[in-house]
Design a protein around this ligand. Structure first.
Ligand code: HAX
Length: 441
């Protein structure tokens, strides 16, 4: 067994024992109470699942295994000559719960390269879709076609002992992560570059090779990909994509099925698709106003029109965060370093000055600040990647690192089928009238 897998197993065994003891002693303690409004309004604020790899604080933002994004930028291994963290390092941290050495990352990178074997039927299946099918549709279909390679599902069918689930979940997850850049890049080249596929460069790290497969060779785009793939990977367990993979995985659906399900959630405009919606909204605004960089007053008027039309301002707001998303800040810092004069970046920054007070003035929006998706598009456009329908696929490749690391943990800890209780309004009315209730006291 390779070193990372052995290390993971030792950590998982230890945590498993701790959880058993913890539940024995404290299992009946209450973590909070559920209000009726929470049942109707998206279960906000209900703590109801354990997800080991990251934790979100509403004021501070995300911590991956206790580390903030600036800390990770400092502590995770870098590529030679690079300053941004390698996403391989983040995956190692999420899975092992400890920072990797440079050598650990060289080993992991080599392991993923060796695992990146995609059977021809995957590309043929994608080719069966119209070229103009949305990039996320093509991505999910590609992942589903690769599901034929699932070791977990084969072993389950053979009747493997449940103590071994984690091991096959690990193998599938590692194989899937290894294959994702090539599948994702195939879709980009098919949809936008006349199908001219680029071969993997075995000398490059996972993020830089993805940039290369997409057809972007500059060192600074490779740095952007390393940062992008690191910061989009995980955002605790309750967001739509992470929660979906957690839920679907709890039915012992294999990692391919669980990840594809997560990607269908990421493809929603209130979640990951917001990254395409932001740049589309900016392009539409520029077109309708007819200038390269709209003034604050022009942006203000356009935001008000968006709201009056009953639409959301994409890239703003969050279900948990109550401050500017540190993932937005990390991208703004990258832009300051690499492209401070870029007109679209200037617009993003001007929107940042304009939108929060307008949203605040409505009095109903809990978080008027920008989220991760408010900045990413402008960075990509700077390098020439203007095909915004593709952006959520980039997010998806990154999200695999977080949700699959978490899935391996869930299987190793033996988490059961997830099945919360639902109610009907009829039940609620009866309960309020003092009749029978279908849930406990
Ligand atoms: N523009 C306009 N209205 C907004 C808004 C925005 N950016 N954000 C919230 N609101 C509205 C909500 O639609 C809701 O309106 P109604 O009461 O009329 O239904 C009200 O303000 C209260 O919402 P909230 O409690 O502040 O926010 P929610 O937890 O319900 O929703 C969302 C969080 C992220 C879905 C929301 O802020 C939104 O739609 N933002 C725009 C889309 C977006 O950027 N999504 C990406 C989020 C980050 C992410 O997952 N990235 O992948």
């Amino acid at each position: 067994m390779e070193k990372l897998k052995t290390l993971f197993k030792a950590k998982a065994d230890q945590l498993s024992t701790e959880i058993k003891d913890l539940l024995k002693e404290h299992g009946t303690k209450k973590m909070g109470e559920v209000q009726l409004s929470q049942a109707y309004q998206g279960m906000r604020g209900i703590t109801g699942m354990v997800y080991e790899t990251s934790l979100l604080d509403s004021e501070e933002g995300i911590r991956f295994r206790g580390f903030t994004i600036p800390e990770l930028q400092q502590k995770l291994p870098k590529a030679k000559g690079g300053t941004e963290p390698l996403p391989e390092g983040l995956f190692y941290l999420l899975l092992a719960g400890e920072l990797p050495s440079d050598k650990d990352i060289q080993d992991l990178s080599a392991d993923w390269k060796a695992r990146a074997k995609i059977p021809p039927h995957v590309f043929k299946t994608i080719d069966g879709l119209p070229v103009d099918a949305h990039a996320m549709t093509q991505f999910v279909v590609g992942v589903m076609a690769l599901q034929t390679q699932s070791i977990f599902s084969k072993k389950y069918a053979e009747g493997v002992n449940k103590k071994e689930y984690w091991s096959y979940c690990y193998e599938d997850s590692m194989n899937l992560i290894a294959c994702l850049p090539e599948i994702a890049a195939y879709i980009y080249r098919r949809k936008y570059k006349g199908g001219k596929k680029i071969d993997t460069d075995p000398k490059l790290d996972w993020g830089a090779n993805f940039a290369h497969l997409l057809g972007y060779e500059s060192d600074s785009f490779k740095e952007l990909m390393r940062l992008y793939l690191t910061i989009h990977a995980d955002h605790e367990g309750g967001n739509v994509s992470a929660h979906t993979s957690h839920l679907v995985g709890s039915a012992l659906s294999d990692p391919y099925l669980s990840f594809a399900a997560a990607m269908n959630g990421l493809a929603g405009p209130l979640h990951g698709l917001a990254n395409q919606e932001v740049i589309k909204w900016i392009f539409d605004m520029k077109k309708s106003i007819g200038v390269e960089i709209p003034s604050k007053e022009q942006i203000e008027a356009y935001v008000k029109k968006t709201l009056a039309d009953g639409k959301v301002v994409p890239g703003y707001g969050h279900a948990v965060l109550r401050k500017t998303d540190p993932r937005f800040t990390a991208q703004a810092e990258f832009a300051k370093k690499h492209m401070a004069d870029d007109p679209d970046v200037q617009i993003v920054w001007r929107i940042f000055e304009t939108v929060p007070p307008i949203l605040q003035s409505l009095g109903k929006i809990k978080n008027p600040w920008p989220n991760v998706d408010a900045h990413s598009g402008a960075l990509l456009v700077h390098y020439g990647m203007k095909e915004y329908e593709y952006y959520t696929v980039l997010f998806g490749v990154s999200r695999a690192l977080g949700v699959l690391a978490a899935l391996i943990w869930s299987r190793a800890l033996g988490f059961p089928l997830e099945r919360p209780k639902s109610i009907t309004t009829e039940n609620v009315k009866g309960w309020l009238a003092g009749k029978d209730q279908v849930w406990g006291d």
